[in-house]
Design a protein around this ligand. Structure first.
Ligand SMILES: Nc1ncnc2c1ncn2[C@@H]1O[C@H](COP(=O)(O)OP(=O)(O)O)[C@@H](O)[C@H]1O
Ligand SMILES: [Mg+2]
Length: 391
């Protein structure tokens, strides 16, 4: 049952996916825009191309003839996926899912209008005048995001009139591609936010992992922990919404479905049709199968009997603060000298300010306090420093 899997995007999440898939005997071609990306270091073959270039994608798909295409990032010419599906290639979780989620508009309209999920009130804007009208409609404070962007790029909060023009400019600088349109969303005063890892299967029911809590700063997550505190009512609401939206997008695989938990209920925020960065906490052994192992099984059509809660755990990111090559790490020994602590260093060849270079994992028994496990992860991550060769 060996399959040829083409992984589009070869970061740290892709790397763990490759390892999980290889443990099931698979053959992986890892693709990225630069050479020696983390997943390429453990894959069978590699390709370096611009994945937003449809002709380049076509070329490597024709060359390798993969059975399965597994996207790891959003910035791919996903319109090509429909064709690959017609050729008989399995696109994970589906061409529709990958294509819809690369643009905030497609997924938001599907969730709010077609499926009737509760989301923040929102409007779109194609220019500054439209943004002014949009802000009037949704009210202040509100959040402005380019339709195509990730990791908080181009995203800002409008608190007063003077912020509107700044938010427009900021979005134009942070956007991916040439799509100028933005979304303005009412600011949700949430008590916490969660990622609900959801697994859809070819045959078999939709499964849910225990919710993952996370803290965001400057557009990226800093710590994540599992399980996150949630009321049974909110959990049921979130699971229902995740089941609906993944069913509409079709396909098999793991999904990271993001929600805000507020006094008035649960808001659907967005979702990734692939492993989620906050889900790296599952590498702490919080479950019988990590999110990467779940993804590998689901995309191969292999059964998943159950997902069990094995430990409480947390992850905290290790960020670089300078630019440079040949990064090395200090403080790793101090982390590993601690009980119930582990580390992943991604092997990225270049460091940049704020670039995620590794993650610290901490854990304890299922009955223990998740908050203190999270604090321990954050403290240990602070001990690790990235040192680079400055050019
Ligand atoms: N409408 C909103 N109200 C309050 N906070 C928000 C809102 N939208 C986004 N955020 C905050 O910004 C973070 C990133 O937004 P998100 O839509 O998930 O963008 P990205 O695709 O960059 O992850 C969220 O995790 C949340 O903390
Ligand atoms: Mg997000």
């Amino acid at each position: 049952m060996q399959k040829k899997i083409m992984l589009l995007g070869s970061g740290e999440l892709g790397k763990e996916f490759v390892i999980a898939a290889q443990r099931l005997g698979q053959h992986i071609i890892a693709v990225d825009s630069y050479d020696d990306a983390p997943a390429q270091q453990v894959a069978d073959e590699r390709e370096v191309i611009n994945m937003l270039d449809g002709a380049e994608l076509d070329r490597i798909v024709a060359k390798h003839k993969p059975d399965i295409i597994v996207p790891e990032i959003e910035a791919i010419r996903t319109e090509r996926f429909y064709d690959y599906e017609k050729q008989g290639i399995r696109v994970v979780p589906s061409a529709k899912a990958a294509n819809f989620t690369m643009n905030r508009k497609a997924i938001r309209d599907l969730a709010a209008k077609e499926l009737g999920l509760r989301t923040a009130d929102y409007r779109y804007a194609n220019n500054l005048e439209e943004l002014q009208a949009a802000v009037k409609a949704v009210g202040m404070p509100c959040v402005v995001k380019p339709l195509m962007s990730s990791s908080g790029k181009g995203q800002s909060v409008i608190r007063n009139e003077a912020d509107i023009e700044k938010a427009w400019e900021y979005a134009q600088h942070g956007k991916r591609g040439d799509q100028t349109e933005v979304i303005a969303e009412a600011f949700v005063k949430f008590n916490s936010e969660i990622t609900l890892l959801t697994v859809t299967q070819d045959s078999g029911i939709t499964l849910f992992c225990l919710p993952i809590g996370h803290r965001q700063e400057n557009g990226d997550y800093r710590e994540s922990w599992q399980p996150a505190a949630i009321s049974p009512e909110h959990l049921t609401e979130a699971q229902d919404m995740a089941a609906k939206v993944t069913r509409a997008l079709t396909g098999a695989g793991i999904w990271g479905v993001e929600f805000f938990l507020a006094d008035e209920g649960v808001y659907f925020s967005e979702l990734s049709p692939r492993p989620h960065d906050t889900g790296m906490v599952t590498l702490a052994g919080t479950q019988n199968l990590s999110e990467f192992e779940l993804h590998a099984r689901a995309v191969l059509g292999l059964p998943i009997a159950e997902i069990t809660h094995e430990r409480n755990g947390a992850s905290a990111v290790i960020l670089a603060d300078t630019e440079g090559s040949e990064p090395v790490f200090t403080g790793v020994e101090q982390v590993l000298a601690q009980p119930k602590a582990d580390i992943r260093l991604f092997g990225k060849p270049i460091a940049r300010p704020q670039r995620r270079m590794g993650v610290v994992l901490t854990y304890d028994g299922t009955g223990t306090n998740v908050d203190s496990i999270k604090d321990r992860a954050a403290e240990l991550a602070q001990l690790v420093k990235v040192v680079t060769q400055v050019h």
